[in-house]
Write a protein that binds this ligand. Structure first.
Ligand code: AMP
Length: 126
């Protein structure tokens, strides 16, 4: 089934400036902003500005420039928030994807979580 992007999603509205956000970092292709319901002292969402539903959609169809820009933005956000491995205590990056990944907002976003020791991500299957 082809990827179908819904331009009514809340992150598309943020990108169009229709609803506010707390921007942490922005480039030509990428926006990073604070999660509205933080699950850790550091909780930033990094999104491409292009219309990609999920990480696999982005990885398959984004341009090299978008992918490089996004990846470098991860480093900048980690630097700004003080969670880098060379200058802090680390972080967790999560990309919830689709039904099984329990993705709520259908615009690709990478969660950057840190600022405290996080618990185990998931329990082992028994
Ligand atoms: P996910 O389940 O991975 O799709 O996560 C979506 C995330 O978006 C959740 O952590 C929400 O708290 C966050 N979120 C939803 N609306 C907003 C908003 N307007 N500004 C910032 N974060 C938001």
């Amino acid at each position: 089934m082809p990827y179908t992007y819904d331009s009514d999603n809340i992150f598309a509205k943020i990108l169009r400036g229709e609803i506010p956000n707390s921007t942490v970092y922005e480039t030509e292709h990428t926006l990073a902003f604070k999660d509205i319901q933080p699950a850790a002292p550091v909780h930033v969402l990094i999104i491409p500005k292009g219309p990609y539903v999920s990480y696999d959609h982005f990885a398959a169809e984004a341009s090299d420039a978008e992918i490089v820009d996004f990846t470098r933005a991860v480093n900048e956000v980690c630097k700004i928030t003080g969670v880098k491995m060379d200058d802090g205590n680390g972080f967790r990056a999560i990309a919830n994807t689709g039904h099984d990944g329990v993705q709520d907002v259908p615009h690709f976003h990478l969660h950057i979580l840190g600022g405290r020791r996080l618990g185990r991500m998931i329990q082992p299957a028994s």
